[in-house]
Design a protein around this ligand. Structure first.
Ligand code: MG
Length: 203
């Protein structure tokens, strides 16, 4: 499986990092070796001193497809969850300045944290989903799907022009503002519509 990730999808987060608002989705991938599940601990890597949390709504692909039309896009996902797109911000900044790909700062081991999945059918309106990240019991990020610039059907239509979606792939839909560094000893908790789905330590 692979993780297909959208960057810069919430205006307030685009501004906090002084990036430009994109006119089409910003896309990058994470490989299966990046996945961290079951609330296992995240081990802070030695190559960065500025690992940022990015809480995001995530969706699981349930059907293979490419060149998917927006009108049928929702047939290709069946589960929703929350994830953390861990980002080595210091390394990413160096790579961006050199005009190089972000992979090392975005796709490293354990950088794609996945919660347990809930059926999409449990949620009548995917444009009205709230999600939050607490660090050590304090609210750090609060997002709402109504604020996404590119909605899920648009994202699926766009990314499937370039990458065949396969069953089990995961789509990360971008983070709201409030990204910040994590430290060894922190405890991260993620909530989807008030339901705690993530609870794991930084070691
Ligand atoms: Mg992200």
């Amino acid at each position: 499986m692979k993780c297909i990730c959208i960057g810069r999808n919430y205006v307030d987060h685009v501004h906090e990092l002084n990036n430009q608002v994109p006119d089409e989705p910003v896309v990058f991938l994470k490989p299966d070796t990046a996945v961290l599940q079951n609330n296992a601990p995240f081990y802070h890597p030695e190559f960065s001193s500025d690992i940022h949390h990015e809480i995001e709504l995530i969706f699981r692909v349930c059907k293979e497809g490419k060149y998917i039309d927006e009108a049928f896009a929702m047939d290709y996902v069946d589960k929703i969850g929350i994830g953390i797109d861990f980002t080595a911000r210091d390394l990413q900044q160096q790579l961006k300045e050199k005009g190089l790909p972000w992979e090392k700062s975005k796709a490293f081991n354990q950088s794609a944290v996945l919660s347990n999945w809930l059926p999409i059918a449990q949620f009548p309106d995917l444009n009205q989903i709230g999600f939050e990240l607490n660090v050590n019991g304090i609210l750090r990020q609060k997002g709402h799907s109504s604020l996404m610039m590119f909605r899920l059907p648009q994202i699926i239509a766009h990314v499937s022009r370039y990458f065949t979606l396969k069953v089990g792939d995961v789509i990360f839909t971008g983070t709201p503002k409030g990204v910040a560094a994590v430290s060894i000893g922190d405890q991260l908790e993620g909530f989807l519509e008030g339901q705690k789905l993530l609870d794991f330590p930084i070691k």
